[in-house]
Design a protein around this ligand. Sequence first.
Ligand code: SF4
Ligand code: SF4
Length: 185
Amino acid sequence: MEVIQLDKARNTNFLKEVEAESGQKLSTCYQCGNCTAGCPGGEFYDRQVSQIMRAAQLGLKEEALGNRSLWLCLACSTCSARCPNEIDVAGVMETLRSMARREGYVNDRPIESFWKAFLDMVSMNGRTFEAGVMADYMLRTGRGWSNLAMAPAALAKGKMPFFPHRIKGRKEVARIFKRYAEKRS
Ligand code: SF4
Ligand code: SF4
């Protein structure tokens, strides 16, 4: 884990922008560390989730958007459930990822490609389609399937169907994605 760099340039509007976009009162965070203590991704993070919240509070935009932790976050919402100030910390992480994409701060392209491949499948089918996610990911990154050895077991257990299972309400799901994209444009 690295410490946040307090001497980096500060953007005085950044906290307001994050609060407006996430709908969360991030200024109420008093750095108790509960979110970090329960975060399953923390051991792999370069900045802990509470450090990222602090960086956003202080207007340290580069620290808040330019870290690798944003891309390793599992979006599990444990941090939100543990926050005594009822901040949806996972929602703030999602907002920061979205800002990082828009403003060119993405620093882990393969993980970003995986996110995109996953979300595209959910948008198309209303739920994930594992084989489609893998194919899309390989096309985006030019990588081969590094977990090929797991394929026989996954196939035998029916975890890798060859065709997507589309849910009934997929048009409604697609509309959510469309509304989100319009809101961001
Ligand atoms: S949502 Fe992300 S930051 Fe929050 S606990 Fe889960 S992995 Fe950690
Ligand atoms: S749990 Fe909430 S108040 Fe505590 S450090 Fe995390 S965001 Fe801040």
